[in-house]
Design a protein around this ligand. Structure first.
Ligand code: GTP
Ligand code: MG
Length: 202
């Protein structure tokens, strides 16, 4: 009975962080181990039902490779929402996410709803996810200095972006914050549902 409320959402983030995979999980509940890099951008739609309304997301899944960076403004210019994605095992992708957030806050619609999303949490071994020593008092932070985890394709990967650090940044910058796995599906629907709840109806 309800007419869906259309919301334009843009996905941004460094190459290979899993933007297309997060969308594929949300739209088709599927995952591909060897997803091709996106060229330019891809467009997909998916509906999201909230208690009081139906939202139809019109999703622009942009290409993360640097050579496509200059196209991004076309996609975020009149977006009402954005998910900025990074890979929790790759520190540089978090820095890139922060620079996308800055760009959005400077150039996009001032009311844009932005979600910061740390993807690939399935790669973290139990030990690196655990908060076991989180309350061990303020010891030095040297351990967080970019473990060169690039080659950690073997047993599992190290977390390169601490959850509390990302969460604190998100809070300070006024962003929603999530951690997800496109592979297992953990947290993915929540990203879109929570964004949907923040979209003003007018
Ligand atoms: P560009 O289109 O080049 O910007 O990349 P992208 O951000 O769209 O990344 P894509 O979804 O293509 O994923 C890159 C690679 O990471 C693929 O091989 C995916 O299978 C893998 N991948 C994506 N999400 C996850 C995840 O949550 N866990 C794991 N283990 N692998 C993932
Ligand atoms: Mg892609």
């Amino acid at each position: 009975p309800q007419k869906p409320f259309q919301t334009k959402l843009v996905l941004l983030g460094e190459a290979a962080v899993g933007k297309s995979s997060v969308v594929l999980r949300f739209v088709q509940n599927d995952f591909q181990e060897n997803k091709e890099p996106t060229i330019g951008a891809a467009f997909l739609t998916q509906k999201c039902r909230l208690e009081d309304r139906l939202i139809k997301f019109e999703i622009w899944d942009t290409a993360g490779q640097e050579r496509f960076h200059s196209l991004a403004p076309m996609y975020y210019r009149n977006a009402q929402a954005s998910a900025v994605i990074y890979d929790v095992t790759k520190a540089s992708s978090f820095e890139k996410a922060k620079s996308w957030v800055k760009e959005l806050q400077r150039q996009a619609n001032p009311n844009i709803v932005i979600a910061l999303v740390g993807n690939k949490i399935d790669l973290l071994g139990e030990s690196s996810t655990s908060d076991a020593d989180a309350d061990a008092d303020e010891d030095d932070d040297t351990a967080t200095a970019t473990p060169e985890a690039g080659a950690a394709g073997d047993a599992g990967s190290l977390r390169a972006v601490p959850k509390d650090e990302a969460e604190a940044y998100a809070k300070e910058a006024g962003l929603l914050f999530f951690e997800t796995s496109a592979k297992t599906g953990e947290g993915v629907v929540e990203v879109f549902t929570e964004i949907a709840k923040k979209i003003p109806i007018d």
